[in-house]
Write a new protein. Structure first.
Length: 375
C-alpha cells in the first residue's frame, strides 16, 4: 500500500471517529489512552491530544451512589481481567466526573482487545444519559402517583367484598358467593400489583426507607412458610429446611427481609409442579449469611436467564403454565439485596428446577431515610 493510500485510509478513519455521537477511547494493556475521538473529548472536557498516554482510570473517573469506584470495581478492569464485553446501562447508576467536578450519568460498553489469546487493550464506548435518566424518572413518578391513587378504591372494594362474603349485610346464595369470591380474588391480585408497582417506583426513585433492627432471619422465613403452608399441602410439595444455628440476629429491616423470603419462596411453590420439592437453607458463611432457595420446578430457559432480574419479565415457559405474576418480584429482591450490600445469583436448568442464592453481610443494613418503606 502506498503512502498516499495509507494517508487516505487514515483520513477516512478520522472522519468516521469525528462523526460519532458516542465517545470512543482506545487503550493499551497498560490502561493508557492511545486514541480518543472528538465526542469523548467534549464529554470529558479534555482534548484528545492532552489525553493521549494518560491512564484511563484517571480520565474516566467512575462513581456510583456518589462514591468513587476502586480500581478493581471499575468496569474497564472487569472487562480486561475477565476478557468479557461489559455493558453498563441506565439501571447501573454509573457516573463519570469531568475536570470541572461535574458528574454525569453514562451508558458504557467496554470490549477487550485480544491478540494471540492475550489482552492487548480495550475499546470503550460511552454516552451521556442525563436526558434518559430524566425521562425514566418522570415515568417512575407517574407510576408512583397512579399507584397511590389506585390504592384507595381498591381498599374500598376489598373491604366491601369481605363484608358481603361474611354475610354482614344479609344472606347470599351459592352463585352470589361464587361471584363475590371471584371479585375478591381479582381485587387481591390488583392490590398486590399496585404494591409491587409502588415498591419499584420507590426503589427507582431512591425514596424507600430502611429501618434496621435486630432481626431473626429464621423466624421471618418460618412466618412466610406458614403463610404458604396451604399451597404446599394442596400441591403435595416436599419442604426441606436447613437452618444453621450459628446465624445470629442481624441488624436488618424485617420488612425488607420478609420481601426477599416471600418472593423467592412463593415463586418456588408457584412454579413447582405437584409432588415436587422446595428447599430453604439459611447458613453463616464467613462474614455473610447465605440464603438458598431451591425447587424442582419448571426452571428458567437459557435464553431467558440474562433477563430474569429485569422489570416485568416472565419466561415463556412460565406464562404458559401460570397466568398470575407481575414480573416484578425478582427485580425488587435484587434491589433489596444490593441495598443491604449483598448479591443474588441463581443456577437453573429448564425442566429440572432452580436454585437462588443470596448473600447479605452479617453487619446488617445501614439505616436509610426515605418517604416510606417497601410494602
Amino acid at each position: 500500500m502506498t503512502e498516499a493510500e495509507l494517508r487516505e485510509k487514515q483520513e477516512q478513519l478520522n472522519a468516521i471517529l469525528s462523526s460519532m455521537a458516542e465517545g470512543l477511547i482506545a487503550i493499551n494493556n497498560e490502561r493508557r489512552v492511545i486514541l480518543m475521538n472528538q465526542a469523548a473529548g467534549i464529554l470529558l472536557r479534555t482534548a484528545p491530544q492532552e489525553a493521549s498516554g494518560q491512564d484511563i482510570r484517571q480520565i474516566l473517573r467512575s462513581y456510583r451512589e456518589g462514591e468513587e469506584l476502586t480500581y478493581k470495581d471499575l468496569p474497564i478492569e472487569k472487562a480486561m481481567t475477565e476478557r468479557n464485553i461489559i455493558s453498563i446501562g441506565l439501571l447501573d447508576n454509573l457516573s463519570i466526573k469531568v475536570k470541572n467536578g461535574r458528574l454525569f450519568p453514562v451508558a458504557m460498553m467496554i470490549a477487550p482487545l485480544l491478540n494471540k489469546g492475550e489482552v492487548s487493550g480495550a475499546i470503550v464506548l460511552f454516552r451521556d444519559i442525563t436526558k434518559d435518566k430524566e425521562i425514566d424518572r418522570a415515568k417512575t413518578e407517574f407510576v408512583s402517583l397512579a399507584s397511590h391513587q389506585l390504592k384507595t378504591p381498591l381498599s374500598a372494594i376489598n373491604w366491601y367484598s369481605e363484608m358481603m362474603l361474611e354475610e354482614e349485610v344479609g344472606p347470599l346464595n351459592d352463585k352470589q358467593k361464587e361471584y363475590l369470591k371471584n371479585l375478591y380474588d381479582a381485587n387481591r391480585r390488583m392490590v398486590e400489583l399496585v404494591n409491587s408497582l409502588l415498591n419499584v417506583s420507590r426503589i427507582d426513585l431512591g425514596t424507600f426507607a430502611v429501618e434496621p433492627s435486630p432481626t431473626d432471619f429464621v423466624a421471618v422465613a418460618d412466618g412466610v412458610l406458614a403463610e404458604l403452608a396451604p399451597q404446599l399441602v394442596l400441591k403435595k410439595l416436599n419442604l426441606n429446611k436447613e437452618y444453621d444455628p450459628k446465624v445470629p440476629l442481624i441488624n436488618a429491616d424485617a420488612k425488607l427481609v420478609r420481601i426477599i423470603f416471600q418472593n423467592l419462596l412463593s415463586n418456588a411453590v408457584k412454579y413447582t409442579a405437584p409432588g415436587g420439592s422446595v428447599g430453604l437453607a439459611i447458613k453463616k458463611e464467613g462474614e455473610n449469611v447465605l440464603i438458598r432457595v431451591t425447587d424442582t420446578g419448571y426452571g428458567i430457559p437459557a435464553a431467558d436467564q440474562g433477563k430474569i432480574f429485569t422489570k416485568l419479565f416472565r419466561g415463556d415457559n412460565i406464562r404458559d403454565k401460570e397466568a398470575e405474576g407481575t414480573g416484578l418480584g425478582l427485580y425488587i429482591v435484587k434491589a433489596v439485596a444490593e441495598e443491604a450490600g449483598g448479591r443474588i445469583w441463581f443456577d437453573s436448568l429448564e425442566g429440572r428446577g432452580t436454585t437462588f442464592f443470596i448473600t447479605m453481610p452479617l453487619i446488617g443494613m445501614r439505616k436509610k431515610e426515605g418517604v416510606k418503606g417497601l410494602a
